[in-house]
Design a binder for this molecule. Structure first.
Ligand code: NAD
Ligand code: TYD
Length: 340
């Protein structure tokens, strides 16, 4: 158990990282968060506008693969735990251009691990993904013992990072935990991922591109439930362990898209079946019984509730995603935050 008063969150301007910061500062007002983020195309300080001015929430613009930057932060601050969300996270981009995925997801993680080792940080939490396990057939679930069989450059880079975390734990005794979560959805998700892309396209009466036959299955978890699982793991998780986190909500992509169209009152004629993604994993499904049994966590949000809340959020925050979709937000950053 770790006294996590000061947390170094990396990638806190992205989708899950920003939700996590909101969650933690809301629940633990006495905690301090240092948010190290490079502000890549999907890092958005707007995601944190309610908390970015709070004295216990510090933003540092920087790269997790920058040794001096990481060393500087860990030297100056008394960090109780590092939670590494920072990553290149989109499978399609990893297929187009894998190089950056190796640099950020593998080398970046190793730089953080090295910094943690040098500064004797009490706990390192690596935010990983179910995609490291590869693809399932129609039956079965991923457990923590499932062999790693990543199929995309993204998944391979995340699997490599997990192995590096393991190596630092075994070789140097670094206290660490790896979490592997299924597909998240909710507020502040960059609209290149399935759910925000489909909601925003449907709102604008644009086509909804479905890869292949649309029967690929994902296990969807509301981002708030993921944050709550991380809270539990951070405070009560056992060092050296891995924990699967899941939403218990398997849906085909076609089911997800139809739910969105129905909720928005839009016609199914907006659906376009397009060329399949190369190496497209057929099905992900999580067995998270370890987390349930050992730490008494389970997801609270049903998919039906979560998707409705999410659709409402995107409808009410049209400015947020329209700025991103038009590329206007880059100029806005420079004006608002310069080179912070
Ligand atoms: P995201 O793409 O929305 O955010 C990533 C954040 O990392 C951005 O703010 C970006 O600016 C920052 N970043 C990227 N490269 C960086 C670097 N070199 N240095 C510092 N910051 C950098 O991603 P997300 O969906 O919030 O995912 C967060 C983490 O959770 C990732 O590690 C991802 O692999 C993992 N994960 C995501 C999901 C999901 O469904 N989104 C599921 C399981 C696990
Ligand atoms: P995505 O949100 O990219 O997450 P991941 O690939 O990490 O699971 O995609 C979720 C599913 O939706 C996946 O099976 C690919 C599919 N998909 C489409 O059919 N069309 C799209 O435009 C996108 C982005 C994804």
């Amino acid at each position: 158990m770790v006294e996590a008063k000061t947390i170094l969150v990396t990638g806190g301007c992205g989708f899950i990282g920003s939700n996590f910061i909101h969650y933690m500062l809301g629940k633990y007002p006495s905690y301090r968060i240092i948010n190290l983020d490079k502000l890549t195309y999907c890092g958005n300080l707007d995601n944190l506008c309610e908390v970015v001015q709070q004295p216990n929430c510090t933003f540092v613009k920087g790269d997790i693969a920058d040794r001096e930057r990481v060393r500087g932060i860990l030297h100056d601050e008394r960090v109780g735990v590092i939670i590494n969300f920072a990553a290149e996270s989109h499978v399609d981009r990893s297929i187009e251009d894998p190089d950056l995925f190796l640099r950020t997801n593998i080398l970046g993680t190793q730089v953080l691990l090295e910094g943690a080792r040098e500064a004797k940080i009490p706990l390192f939490i690596q935010i990983s993904t179910d995609e490291v396990y590869g693809s399932l057939g129609t039956k079965g679930f991923f457990t923590e013992a499932t062999p790693l069989k990543p199929n995309s450059p993204y998944a391979a880079s995340k699997a490599a990072a997990d192995l590096m975390v393991r190596a630092y734990a075994k070789t140097y005794g670094l206290a660490s935990i790896i979490t592997r979560c299924s597909n998240n959805y909710g507020p502040y998700q960059f609209p290149e991922k399935l759910i925000p892309l489909m909601i925003s396209n449907a709102v604008e009466d644009r086509e909804l591109p479905i890869y292949g036959d649309g029967l690929n299955v994902r296990d969807w978890i509301y981002v708030g439930d993921h944050c709550q699982a991380l809270d539990v793991i951070l405070h009560r998780g056992k060092s050296g362990e891995m924990y699967n986190i899941g939403g218990a909500s398997e849906r085909t992509n076609l089911q997800v898209v139809r739910t969105i169209l129905e909720s928005l009152g839009k016609p199914e004629s907006l659906i376009r079946f397009v060329k399949d993604r190369p190496g497209h994993d057929r099905r992900y499904a999580m067995d998270f019984s370890k987390l349930k049994q050992e730490l008494d966590w389970q997801p609270l949000m049903t998919f039906e509730q979560g998707i409705q809340q999410t659709i409402t959020w995107y409808v009410e925050h049209r400015d947020w995603w329209q700025r991103i979709k038009t590329g206007e937000y880059r100029e806005y950053y420079e004006r608002m935050y310069g080179n912070r």
